[in-house]
Design a binder for this molecule. Structure first.
Ligand SMILES: Cc1cc2nc3c(=O)[nH]c(=O)nc-3n(C[C@H](O)[C@H](O)[C@H](O)COP(=O)(O)OP(=O)(O)OC[C@H]3O[C@@H](n4cnc5c(N)ncnc54)[C@H](O)[C@@H]3O)c2cc1C
Length: 441
């Protein structure tokens, strides 16, 4: 039933998306029209308008509207945001290029010292977009800090869209008509409004619903668990496998929230949530120092990576810190007394770094859980699985037909790519497996 509702909701959102991209474009063709121009000029104007409408809608895609993202999951939305942004930027860049090819005299507008304001705004919009794309695609190579990139990304996006609109208004042509002008100004106000919603309205809401750290637990594998209790409110319910954005240092208005899966049971009723965090960078390396009693903020729950009703068994496949959503699923199954079979394939570096090792062993008593550790560097005398999780490991431990099980995968990218390939080799259809990637931003 939930899948059906999600499919319908997903279809409605896709139609709405197309409407928001195409309607402003077609609206230009209604009412009083300016004198016709040659085909290429009109074509380049059309793709410029469509590109700008798509750019504006990016603010909606990243606004973390749970109702919008739920049918797909946040990672799919961010992936779409990345891909569709490239299409939008392509359209915006093609707009002047086609114009210059069709009417070479317009190249003179590139001289921003002499060009009119409307052309300067166009240049500003295009240069901001180019900087935005270069910084995004080259973030790792250019070694740009995530926080610096994120702030710059938002600023460049606002500049690109606002300058694009000012260019359109300055040029007039289709927008000489007051109603069409009002429509495009209204749209831009709406897009910027979405951004303000994420950056001001949502943080205000979170400010009134803080959490307190009640425990910081050291775990195996350079990892710590933060136990958080809602402070003065009942908290929220989440589904096992979902995640939230966590702000520890400073207020929710700072753009420094980090995404983490819940590792605790979703069956807990007092609002308590836990996140288990591996020391990987500047933020995560400070987690073990968070003092008990500290006020923190959570924006969530998000994500579609969650257990449903599998035909026969849940197959959970985790690599390293990818165990956190699986742990939430297993703890929840145990708390609910769910005795359906579950198999956990758990890849770790070595025996000592297996996060939750002892608890998983204990949980086997309360569940129909088969636990298969796969160690990259096994200790002497190890008789279990060695190396990496692959199709051969699945064949040794899973009963066929493999396509009947429901699979959940979370771990490093290389591992997830290899596992998705292995499942393909076992003829497991796409809709039977779910993946959560930790580097979607
Ligand atoms: C849905 C999801 C669930 C996750 N769950 C867990 C979990 O349960 N446990 C865990 O240890 N890790 C989890 N992560 C990964 C975790 O968010 C990053 O390791 C952490 O944000 C890195 O921050 P840093 O400043 O310490 O590292 P850095 O070295 O600054 O960043 C390393 C990489 O992490 C990503 N990143 C950094 N800051 C942010 C941010 N503010 N927002 C988004 N991405 C960022 C970037 O891709 C960056 O290149 C999850 C990630 C996602 C997307």
């Amino acid at each position: 039933m939930r899948l059906y509702t999600y499919n319908v909701r997903g279809a409605v959102w896709i139609i709405l998306y197309l409407f928001f991209v195409l309607a402003p474009l077609f609206a230009l063709l209604t009412g009083s029209l300016p004198p016709p121009r040659d085909f290429w000029t009109e074509f380049s104007a059309a793709i410029g308008y469509a590109g700008l409408a798509m750019m504006g809608l990016q603010f909606g895609l990243t606004a973390r509207f749970r109702y919008v993202t739920e049918p797909w999951g946040e990672d799919v939305i961010y992936h779409f945001h990345r891909q569709i942004s490239l299409v939008a930027v392509g359209l915006v860049l093609a707009h002047p290029l086609i114009l210059f090819a069709a009417r070479p005299e317009l190249v003179a507008l590139l001289n921003s010292f002499r060009a009119p304001w409307r052309a300067r705004f166009a240049a500003l919009s295009v240069y901001s977009l180019i900087a935005l794309v270069v910084m995004t695609l080259g973030r790792a190579k250019l070694k740009i800090r995530y926080e610096t990139w994120h702030l710059t990304h938002i600023l460049l996006a606002i500049i690109a869209v606002t300058a694009g609109l000012l260019h359109m208004l300055g040029w007039g042509f289709y927008l000489a008509d007051t109603r069409k002008r009002a429509l495009w100004i209204g749209l831009t106000v709406f897009w910027i409004g979405l951004l303000l919603y994420v950056r001001i309205a949502k943080p205000l809401f979170m400010l009134r619903r803080p959490y307190r750290i009640s425990e910081v637990r050291k775990e195996r594998g350079d990892t710590s668990t933060l136990v958080m209790q809602p402070n003065g409110h009942p908290g929220f319910r989440f589904r096992p496998g979902q995640f939230a954005w966590l702000t520890v240092w400073g207020s929710p208005f700072k753009i420094t929230a980090h995404p983490f899966s819940f590792s605790s049971s979703a069956a807990v009723t007092d609002g308590r949530v836990e996140m288990t965090i591996r020391n990987l960078g500047d933020f995560t390396s400070e987690i073990h120092k968070v003092p008990v009693g500290k006020r923190v903020y959570l924006d969530g729950p998000y994500g579609a990576f969650t257990i449903g009703n599998p035909a026969d068994m849940h197959v959970l496949i985790a690599g390293g810190i990818g165990i956190t959503p699986m742990m939430s699923m297993i703890r929840t199954l145990a708390d609910r007394g769910d005795k359906r079979p579950a198999v956990l394939f758990y890849g770790s570096k070595d025996w000592e770094s297996i996060i939750f090792r002892e608890e998983l062993d204990a949980l086997k008593e309360r569940l129909n859980l088969t636990l298969i550790h796969v160690l990259e560097q096994p200790p002497a005398g190890w008789t279990g699985e060695k190396g990496f999780i692959n199709a051969e490991v699945f064949k040794r431990h899973l009963p066929p037909p493999y396509a009947d099980h429901e699979y959940f995968i979370c771990g490093p990218d290389v591992m997830m790519d290899a596992i998705e390939k292995a499942l393909g080799e076992l003829d497991v259809p796409l809709w039977q497996y779910h993946s959560e990637r930790y580097n979607f931003v």
